[in-house]
Design a protein around this ligand. Sequence first.
Ligand SMILES: [Ca+2]
Length: 229
Amino acid sequence: MRPRSLFVVAAVLAAGVVAQAGPIQTLWDNYWSPAPGYDRLGYFSSEVSASVPDSFAGDDAIFAEPVRIQEIKWLGMRNTTYTYGSAEVVILDTSFNTLHSLTGLSFSSTTITDGAFPWGYTPYEGTVAIPNIDLAAGHYYFAVRLVSGTPQAPTGGRNFVLTTGNGTIHGGTMGVIRAPAFGAPNWTLIGNYFGSRPTEYAYRIRGEIIPEPAGLALLALGGLLARRR
Ligand SMILES: [Ca+2]
């Protein structure tokens, strides 16, 4: 290999190193405006080991570029007299096949002060960190639920995800639910669930945009240059 070819290869490798993902940012935002981001019109159970059978409520997100998922935020409400030891996350494709299922995740939450909140539970914003999950550009579903109690002290709380959008559907579809003990053993669009009102659920998907593989393009160019010499 000639020195110039070596230089091209070195430049290609350097470009690959430089092409790191960008800073963490909101990649998809279902929060209603104004803050705190829910529409006060509804909610759906999203919980495990609660005082009712397990359930999940999620919504879709569309990414125009490849992304690295690092964090999910959501708006929920819960009974704060119980503890919630961990969170669970699922990521589905558009056919509701499970792409990723994460359990035992630690999460943080911030109580929302809302004098107009109607349902007697405490509203909050939750945040769960995701171990970097890379997704190709496309259409996905995300859902988070809380596990009531801890292994040492199992309890029966209640946790819900709040609706958002005020009737406007965001992304490709309305929200989705799965409630095996309540007539929805498989993931179902909420509007198909016993005539429920079509709605959105308040999720915010955060992470990094993965840059286009400039390194690969340069590699092809480097190969061309090397062959021409
Ligand atoms: Ca949606």
